[in-house]
Design a binder for this molecule. Structure first.
Ligand SMILES: C[S@@+](CC[C@H](N)C(=O)[O-])C[C@H]1O[C@@H](n2cnc3c(N)ncnc32)[C@H](O)[C@@H]1O
Length: 140
């Protein structure tokens, strides 16, 4: 609720007209979207669930990756960021296991901060076990 309230305040202060907020499960929003409608998607520092017995709670699961592939346009970009090394590996495996995704051509240095990156609140807390990793994928 605090995050939603803060987002609404920023939208109002900057008089933004192109923002929509869903207070609920982001996976539902993706499910509701039509095929091939997104140019970009950002998954920034999702909950790490780093204990092995909690891994199954992670957002990145094969079904969700499949849904992302459905709603993203051909050539669309997907960025995933985390500061948990194991989640970076987990995501790389699962996204590349989907034949619709590949690494972006300029994705070689995973620790380089992308030019268009905006630092997030969670990132600032540095709670992970590694420097932030940025994985840029392309929807084929
Ligand atoms: C670790 S925080 C990161 C927040 C923000 N992206 C940042 O970097 O500062 C993860 C956030 O995702 C939210 N969250 C977890 N699962 C979600 C889901 N399925 N749909 C929408 N939000 C979710 C949590 O409530 C939490 O606020």
């Amino acid at each position: 609720m605090n995050g939603v309230a803060s987002a609404v305040r920023h939208v109002e202060e900057q008089a933004l007209k192109n923002v929509r907020i869903h207070e609920g499960d982001a996976r539902d929003v993706v499910d509701w979207l039509p095929d091939a409608c997104l140019d970009r998607a950002f998954i920034m520092f999702p909950d790490p669930w780093h204990k092995a017995r909690h891994n199954k709670r992670r957002l990145i699961q094969p079904e969700f990756v499949r849904e992302l592939a459905r709603v993203m346009k051909p050539g669309a970009a997907l960025r995933f960021a985390t500061d948990w090394a194991d989640y970076a590996e987990w995501t790389t495996e699962r996204v590349l296991a989907d034949p619709n995704f590949r690494f972006a051509d300029d994705a070689a240095d995973r620790n380089a901060i992308p030019a268009d990156h905006v630092t997030t609140r969670y990132e600032e807390k540095k709670l992970g076990d590694c420097a932030p990793v940025f994985l840029d994928f392309v929807r084929a």
